[in-house]
Design a protein around this ligand. Structure first.
Ligand code: B16
Ligand code: MG
Length: 219
């Protein structure tokens, strides 16, 4: 396989925005009388905003009309946006920048494949907007992960085949999406949670493009 494209998830791979999602969902939970823990927050990783709200309501055994849900999600998002606008490049996860630079030097295209509708704001805040050849986010796709749309669209916008693409993902839903897209799937995080991926790394600190090519050669 000739590697031509690397697609990166955002939250949990490039930056840790899960902590800000947690603060905002917790604040919404407090407002509507639902206790929301850090452990509960794990269930929201990689999941769309509306599905996240459904999970919060499920935890609190509450129901809401669609209209009320839109309003609650908007309220949570306003708080979340307040938090992320304080971000800067110090929040890029360790090893990510050198890895992106290495890909660029080797002529491998770089894409973002994120469920977040705030992806562009986050990339701007951390000064990474110019690093990506294409940005596919929650505003561009109609079907959320585990549907493969976010990844297949990234590759097709660049005219690159699935077999020439690698995906870096931290969430189970994202791993499933990448596997369904028939792309090489690298989990970023814990082996236990991400064991379905073709290969798992704890982060980018000790992972180079040469290591990636070794993984490819094993396939
Ligand atoms: P927003 P990713 C995902 O980002 C987050 O992991 C998930 O917790 C969040 O609900 C989702 O984006 C939607 O985010 O509310 O900003 O549209 O991991 O796909 O980069
Ligand atoms: Mg993620």
């Amino acid at each position: 396989m000739e590697l031509r494209l690397a697609i990166f998830d955002l939250d949990g791979v490039i930056v840790d925005t899960a902590k800000y999602h947690y603060l905002a969902w917790k604040r919404l939970g407090e407002k509507i009388g639902i206790e929301f823990t850090e452990q509960d927050n794990e269930r929201l990783k990689g999941v769309s905003r509306m599905r996240s709200l459904d999970i919060l309501l499920e935890i609190g055994k509450q129901t809401r009309t669609d209209e009320e849900k839109e309003q609650l999600a908007a309220e949570k998002n306003a708080w979340y946006v307040e938090y992320i606008t304080q971000m800067d490049s110090s929040e890029i996860l360790p090893g990510v920048l050198p890895f992106l630079e290495e890909l660029r030097t080797q002529g491998i295209k770089i894409a973002l494949g994120s469920a977040s509708k705030n992806a562009k704001t986050i990339l701007e805040r951390v000064s990474l907007s110019d690093c990506f050849d294409v940005i596919v986010d929650g505003n561009l796709v109609t079907k959320a992960k585990p549907d493969p749309e976010v990844f297949t669209l990234s590759a097709s916008l660049l005219g690159i085949e699935a077999e020439q693409t690698v995906v870096f993902e931290d969430a189970q839903a994202g791993i499933e999406a990448a596997l369904r897209a028939k792309m090489l799937t690298i989990g970023v995080g814990e082996q236990d949670t991400l064991h379905e991926a073709h290969y798992v790394i704890p982060g980018f600190e000790e992972f180079s493009v040469a290591d990636l090519k070794k993984v490819l050669a094993l396939r």
